[in-house]
Every structure is written in structure tokens, then in C-alpha cells.
Ligand binder design. Structure first.
Ligand code: HEC
Ligand code: HEC
Length: 397
């Protein structure tokens, strides 16, 4: 009979879910948390009217002062997000790498851009993306969805949508599509034209509307005791416990860290080395992607990446920044042994012995039963409604 323990855990989990526990937990992490910078106030804490009903336990989004919420803008942004006119050769939209049914990822370790160039990193999920204080896998500088949209549109390293130097042509292509006229009028009544700010603001507003918080685990927290199987409940105990330590980095309502919301004044940003590689015995990651160190220039930031959300994680394989772990079993095995052993090849080495690894990734040698429980819990984070909700789907179909 585990009811009391489950209830206790559920209460603890609820605290994690609704409180600032992600911030508190990660603040305890010491050296691993060094890049977190306190004191940077939000541009705006103006929540405005909620875009949709916020899922239970979710705080309000922090909308930038320059781009407040409007449903008309989100709808315009949905059309842009799914429009292949976004790519110079008409082959790709944002959705080519961010598919709704896969929690807005693409199922590849390395997505291909519109001209066939392969990306060194895997596409990131976009559910609840409006809550992150810092964007992409390992950049301390990307802090707004409006600015981030410029990367796939104009980036050349690698080419994604391929519009470098062709901004005028891009805007003209979009303006020539008649379905945008009424959408622009609703979103921007004073200046209903396709401009780069309108494009990126509308896309960002659509992205902020991608709220996912109705998984079996959420229903369990809301009082439906049958929403979780006994295995998943035991998995939750492990996930939120001090042996597996998962919640320290994947905690809170978003199951992620580096989260912000309306009214939060401290800008939390955390990056962690989970011992995925150790190619030189001193903790080095493959030179093709050294994580935060590439941007910060600080050798201590080698292999540090943002902890992505684990909501809907069951549909986002392959895992990690380079898609190197193909399944949830592989991801759990990585944490179980406290780092990944790469037996041969150019990246050979044992991440478990990396001196740069987070002290929270110690390895917890799970039994087969515990692996199954943890997996059942991760599977209970899938919000089927979100993955199918036509409000987030392709409006051109
Ligand atoms: C060719 C595939 C591809 C296309 C097309 C693409 N993305 Fe991405 N997206 C990625 C990859 C890869 C990453 C991770 C980049 C990194 O960490 O360097 C990413 C990351 C993101 C992130 C960061 C999410 C987070 O949690 O930090 C956002 C937001 C995003 N993309 C939005 C968009 C939008 C909007 C478009 C269209 C304008 C778009 N993407 C087009 C592949 C793509
Ligand atoms: C020290 C912080 C930390 C702890 C503790 C931690 N993680 Fe992670 N997790 C991360 C980071 C950082 C990444 C991305 C690493 C990368 O791409 O190199 C990640 C990635 C993942 C992914 C892949 C997600 C994706 O979209 O690719 C899964 C699954 C995962 N973690 C599960 C867990 C589980 C289960 C536990 C507990 C056993 C756990 N994590 C503990 C920081 C952490």
C-alpha cells in the first residue's frame, strides 16, 4: 500500500510544479550553476490577457513590452510558421523541422535545411517555449523569440530557410499571398503590411500560445488518482528523489530549467554538463559542439547545455543536443551510469569519469524495474491533446 507515500510525493511534486522550486533547486547546485546571472529584470511583466486558458499550475507568460499578446497576431504567426514561402526555394517552413505531432521536433538527430545542409544540433521542442529565459541548446545570448526567429530565416551556418541577403524578396513573397491581407488587418490594423518586425512578432506570439500542460501526470496532480499507473507513480518517486536527482534540472511546471514568467525578477539561466562525452579524459566534448564554452570562451563551460523540457519527451527522440541517444532507454541508461561510455571511434571516452560533469549526474545504478518505472513516468508526461490540437496545426491545409 503506497497511497500515503504517493500522496506525500504528489504534494512535494505539486510544490515543485507551482512554486519557484526550479529556481531554488538549481540555485543550490553550486559550481554547476555558475553561469546563472541574477538581477537582470524582465523587460516587462505585463501578462496581459491569457492567450489561452493557462494550464493548471502554470504562471502567466512574460510578454515583451514591444510585443504584447493578441490572438490575431498569434493566428497570423501560425500562418507564417507553416508557410513554405518562408524559405528562399519554397521547400521549407518552420514546421519542416518543428512538427506538432512530435512536440514540434522532427525525429532526426540532425535536421536538414532547405538546401540540404545538415544541422549539427537536433531541433528543439516548442511546447511552452514562451517560458524560457534563454533559447537554443547552449547560448547565453538568445533571450527572445522575436530575435531567435531571425536565425532559421537568415542563418548561413547552417542554411535553414536560406534568406540571407534576400529579405526584400522574402517579404514580397509573403505579401503577394492574398490570405495574409485580412490576417494582417486583424493583427496590425494601423499598418497591415508584411514587415520583418511583423513577421517575427507574429511568429513569436504564435510560439507563446503553444501551451502544453494536460498530461496524465497533470491530471494526477489535479486529483485524478487513476491518471498514473503504479509504475509511473514509483517512477515519479525516483524522478523527484535525491537518488536520481532529475527534478533539479528538469523540475517545475515546465520540467525544465532556465524558466521565466510574468512577475519573475531574477533571470535564471543554467547550463549543465551531463557527461555525454569525455574525449580527452579531461572532459572535452567533440570539437564540433562544445556547448556553452563556444560562446562564453570559458573552458569550464565545456559540454554545458540547457536542460530541455521533458514534457512530451516520449515523442521527441532522438535525444540530447546531437540526437546521440536514440531512445528513452538510452537516455535513462546515460543517467543510470552517470554518463555515457563511447567505446570506439573519434568520440571514444567515458563521460562518467569526466571532471567537468555536474555533481548531480552521479549515476544511480537503477534496477530493471526502476528503469521501467522511470520510463512509465516519462511516458506520463505526454499531452496527447496538445499534440493533436488543431489550433496549433497547419492552417494552409
Ligand atoms: C532546418 C531545420 C529548422 C528549421 C527550418 C527551423 N528550425 Fe527551429 N530549431 C532547429 C534547431 C536545430 C534548433 C536548435 C538550434 C541550436 O541550439 O543551435 C532549433 C531551435 C529553435 C528554437 C529554440 C527553442 C528553445 O527551447 O530554445 C525556436 C524557438 C525555434 N527553433 C523556432 C523556429 C522558427 C520560428 C522557425 C521558422 C522561422 C524555425 N525554428 C525553423 C531547427 C530548425
Ligand atoms: C545536472 C542537470 C541534469 C540532471 C540532474 C538531469 N538532467 Fe536530463 N538533461 C540535462 C541537460 C543539460 C540535457 C541536455 C544535454 C545535452 O544535450 O548534452 C538533458 C537532457 C535530457 C533528456 C533528453 C531530452 C531531449 O529532448 O533531448 C532526457 C530524456 C533527460 N535529460 C532525462 C533526465 C532524467 C530521467 C534525469 C534523472 C535520472 C535527468 N535527466 C537528470 C540536465 C540534467
Amino acid at each position: 500500500m503506497r497511497a500515503t507515500g504517493d500522496a506525500g510525493r504528489a504534494a512535494q511534486a505539486l510544490l515543485v510544479a507551482i512554486g519557484l522550486a526550479a529556481a531554488v533547486a538549481c540555485g543550490n547546485e553550486g559550481a554547476d550553476d555558475a553561469p546563472s546571472i541574477d538581477g537582470g529584470a524582465e523587460t516587462s511583466a505585463d501578462g496581459g490577457p491569457p492567450p489561452l486558458a493557462y494550464p493548471s499550475g502554470f504562471p502567466g507568460l512574460a510578454f515583451p513590452a514591444t510585443n504584447p499578446w493578441s490572438a490575431a497576431k498569434a493566428e497570423l504567426g501560425r500562418y507564417f510558421f507553416y508557410d513554405k514561402r518562408l524559405s528562399a526555394n519554397g521547400t521549407q517552413s518552420c514546421a519542416s523541422c518543428h512538427e506538432q505531432a512530435r512536440n514540434f521536433t522532427d525525429g532526426r538527430a540532425h535536421p536538414l535545411g532547405s538546401t540540404g545542409e545538415s544541422h549539427r544540433r537536433s531541433a528543439m521542442a516548442l511546447s511552452n517555449v514562451g517560458y524560457y529565459s534563454v533559447l537554443t541548446w547552449a547560448s547565453d545570448l538568445q533571450d527572445s523569440l522575436e530575435k531567435q526567429a531571425l536565425l532559421p530565416l537568415f542563418g548561413e551556418n547552417p542554411v535553414e530557410l536560406g534568406n540571407a541577403g534576400q529579405e526584400v524578396a522574402l517579404l514580397a513573397r509573403l505579401a503577394a499571398e492574398p490570405r495574409y491581407a485580412p490576417l494582417l488587418k486583424a493583427a496590425y490594423p494601423d499598418a497591415p503590411t508584411v514587415t520583418l518586425p511583423h513577421l517575427t512578432e507574429a511568429i513569436a506570439t504564435f510560439e507563446r500560445s503553444l501551451l502544453s500542460g494536460n498530461a496524465p501526470y497533470d491530471r494526477f496532480l489535479a486529483g485524478d488518482k487513476n491518471a498514473l499507473s503504479p509504475e509511473a507513480k514509483r517512477g515519479a518517486d525516483l524522478f523527484f528523489g535525491e537518488r536520481a536527482e532529475c527534478f533539479h534540472c528538469h523540475g517545475g511546471f515546465a520540467f525544465a530549467d532556465s524558466v521565466t514568467f510574468a512577475g519573475k525578477t531574477v533571470r535564471e539561466r543554467s547550463f549543465h554538463n551531463t557527461g555525454l562525452y569525455n574525449v580527452d579524459g579531461k572532459g572535452a566534448y567533440p570539437a564540433s559542439d562544445v556547448g556553452l564554452a563556444e560562446i562564453s570562451g570559458n573552458p569550464a563551460d565545456m559540454g554545458r547545455f540547457r536542460a530541455p523540457s521533458l514534457r512530451n519527451v516520449a515523442v521527441t527522440a532522438p535525444f540530447m543536443h546531437d540526437g546521440s541517444l536514440p531512445t528513452l532507454d538510452a537516455a535513462i541508461a546515460h543517467y543510470g551510469r552517470g554518463g555515457t561510455l563511447t567505446a570506439s571511434g573519434p568520440n571514444a571516452g567515458d563521460g562518467a569519469t569526466s571532471p567537468l560533469k555536474s555533481e548531480l549526474v552521479r549515476g544511480f545504478s537503477p534496477t530493471d524495474g526502476e528503469v521501467a518505472n522511470l520510463k512509465a513516468f516519462l511516458n506520463a508526461l505526454t499531452d496527447e491533446e496538445f499534440l493533436k490540437n488543431s489550433a496549433y496545426g497547419d492552417p494552409w491545409k
